[in-house]
Design a protein around this ligand. Sequence first.
Ligand SMILES: [Zn+2]
Ligand SMILES: [Zn+2]
Length: 184
Amino acid sequence: MIIDILELKSRNGSLLDYFFQEELGNLENADMLIRKEDQSTPVNVKVYAYFTDDKVYISGELKTWVTAYCSRCLAPFKQEVGGEFWEEFQVGEPVMEEEKHEDELLLSREAANNLEIKGNYLDLREYIRQLFIVFQEWKPLCDPQCKGLCSECGINLNEKDCACIRKTVDPRLAPLQELKKETN
Ligand SMILES: [Zn+2]
Ligand SMILES: [Zn+2]
């Protein structure tokens, strides 16, 4: 996920487009969030970039899928994770020697946090990793109509019904129900 700043500079002001594909597992800095079964799921990243006034402007779209667990019925399902982004990176002093390539990549990887580019390359991997986290759905639903689990017997109500009488009264309506009891 590398953008060559020198190339962008040479096209001063004109828009270049990139398409990156990376496995989810490669986004990680060893820590958390990506489940084993999702490690090799591709992340598709479309990026438009241009350079002007010592800044690189990018916009684009990220799209991938993860195994999510429904927050109501707990069933696993494939969920799309993605969204659009827009960012600007300040370009620092250029580095001339070609052999610095590896160091530069390390530098630019770090710099993605600070949104400053120190070498001739902008490596978007760290930025994309952060976006991936931001785009996560924290209360995923397998379906907006998911019926969830029975609060009494725990059965998945999407699959089967049960005979339980579920006392799920909206607390705001509880006084009304009391009133109803009294009048009966
Ligand atoms: Zn569900
Ligand atoms: Zn039940």
